[in-house]
Design a protein around this ligand. Sequence first.
Ligand code: B12
Length: 214
Amino acid sequence: MSNEEMFKQLSDAIVSCKKDAVLAAVEKARDEGIPPAEIIEKGLAAGMNEVGVLFERGKLFLPHVMMAAGAMEAGVALLEKDMPKDAASKKLGIIVNGTVEGDVHDIGKSIVSTMLQSAGFEVHDIGRDVPLQDFIDKVKETNADMVGLSALMTTTLQGQKDVIEMLKEQGMRDGVKVMVGGAPATEAWANKIGADCYAENASEAVTKAKELLL
Ligand code: B12
């Protein structure tokens, strides 16, 4: 089976919303030697995007989306075992990452954390629906070089801007880079709110973090 066919199978498994199908497809792709990052981005995440489209068109309902999300999390968890957990030997920088207050979407954010971690960054993932001041407190506590802010809804995007304003008010903006992401975020939005960078997906997040921190 070609890699393209394998990605299609992974994506279809997510759309089927069946955890067993996802786990089987992930194991197969892994056995074929496809790197975990590609299995996640080109297979599983592509399927989740498809789920989003079907949901928007009314072809899938919220319980399906929740099942697909659970299946996706299980698939990613299976792959995390193969990814270097603690790359202490080459600590590239410290990054705090989380989803802003009011927003419970965390699949994409967690993928970003996992990929940054396996690229050699020390990542403090502080979860989802995180009160904005907590991002700042965690940056202080860990002496972080960068903070990642995820928002998946147009209504919670404002939280990214607010954290930047709060960092300024608390005299901390110069000491930490800000990276924003999530489906409704864009390069233009990042520029408008004065973030240091925007990344469209997890691999781009790794590239941009390296550009800014190394
Ligand atoms: C899965 C999902 C859910 C799951 C979330 C499960 C979970 N644990 O995350 C559940 C079912 C719980 C859910 C709930 C809700 N959802 Co929802 N959900 C989605 C869906 C279908 C997919 C999101 C996803 O996981 N995508 C796959 C991942 C891999 O992609 P990603 O998140 O975009 O992440 C990538 C990039 O964006 C980027 N990235 C992400 N974060 C970060 C951070 C940084 C720092 C960087 C650099 C990059 C980065 O890298 C990631 C990896 O490549 C989207 C549809 C869509 N098109 O996005 C709707 C969507 C986001 N949901 C939506 C809504 C409205 C809701 C609900 C209010 C319920 C409802 N009425 O539908 C609640 C929200 C409650 C709340 N307060 O948060 C809307 C938001 C609309 C808006 N206002 O903008 C969407 C767009 C669907 C829609 N069209 O209606 N949802």
